[in-house]
Design a protein. Structure first.
Length: 280
């Protein structure tokens, strides 16, 4: 497996990271995960755009788009992985440890690829989720490397044998620890608006596009944990997970406790979109 770090392509196992990399001390950087289906990138430009926007938001300014695009293609082409996930991170750079950052620091890019199968059985059966207070910072729209809160929130689910933690601020559902959350109530699809309290997921955007295309009513507005307990359907989305039905929240069944009809329709439309991508 060939990965990339700080100007060099090398064997993943032989790679060593510079000790002064601010990603290492501070999680000071941003990242993306991009899906590859049958050897083709999915929503490539959207991910590159978001990477550059996240970098800009935390004042990492001199990231070169053409360089990022080249590295992503090189990593895909130098590895023989047809269905996978490409990870890329941009750290602020290498410098002696100090919270304040020297403006001359040059961004350091790391990229690697791994095999990733579509989670077909979870997509069919649905999963259990739990809820917890969202205690993250107020710049959740930045895809930051600093994931400590998300890690702790995810572990909360893992320890209860659930797949995801659905986060809420004062009772209003924001998103999952690494996913966006949707609910369906009376044929209307609800999800939190794309502001500073959530990461505007690329899969979230694809789902909203599909809803529009197939005439499913959408309201991008906050709903509460209590609204969610009355929902007909709940699901979450992400690049690697696609669309996963949530059939139980905090031990209570959602709707009739099975993946819902609207969720299944969206999964089908999503499938079609992937198939189309690979037939051109
Ligand atoms: N929200 C958070 C906090 C995430 O970490 C992620 C992805 O990892 C998502 C949402 C889903 O985003 P995307 O669909 O772009 O993968």
């Amino acid at each position: 497996r060939i990965s990339y770090y700080n100007g060099q392509y090398m064997n993943h196992e032989e790679m060593s990271i510079k000790s002064g990399d601010r990603a290492f001390y501070f999680g000071d950087g941003v990242y993306e995960v991009i899906r590859i289906y049958d050897g083709n990138f999915f929503t490539f430009d959207e991910h590159v755009d978001r990477l550059l926007q996240s970098a800009e938001e935390i004042l990492i300014r001199d990231v070169n788009r053409a360089e990022v695009v080249e590295i992503l293609h090189e990593i895909k082409d130098r590895n023989v992985i047809l269905n996978g996930a490409l990870y890329i991170q941009v750290s602020r750079g290498i410098a002696p440890r100090d919270h304040g950052f020297p403006h001359l620091t040059k961004p350091v890019i790391y990229a690697s690829i791994r095999e990733a199968k579509r989670p077909l059985s979870l997509m069919n059966s649905g999963v259990e989720a739990v809820t917890a207070e969202d205690y993250r910072w107020l710049k959740c729209h930045v895809k930051s490397l600093n994931l400590l809160a998300n890690v702790m929130e995810k572990q909360h689910a893992v320890e209860q044998g659930a797949k995801e933690t659905i986060l809420h601020r004062d009772g209003v559902v924001t998103e999952g620890s690494s996913t966006n959350i949707f609910m369906v109530k009376n044929e209307v699809l609800f999800t939190h608006p794309a502001n500073n309290l959530i990461l505007n997921g690329i899969t979230r955007r694809v789902v909203l596009g599909l809803a529009e295309e197939y005439d499913i009513a959408v309201r991008e507005e906050g709903f509460t944990v209590s609204d969610m307990s009355e929902a007909d359907e709940v699901f979450y989305t992400s690049t690697t997970q696609e669309i996963i039905p949530v059939v139980k929240v905090d031990g209570r069944s959602v709707g009739d406790g099975k993946p819902g009809r609207v969720t299944q329709q969206l999964q089908e439309y999503f499938n079609k979109k992937i198939t189309l991508l690979n037939s051109v």
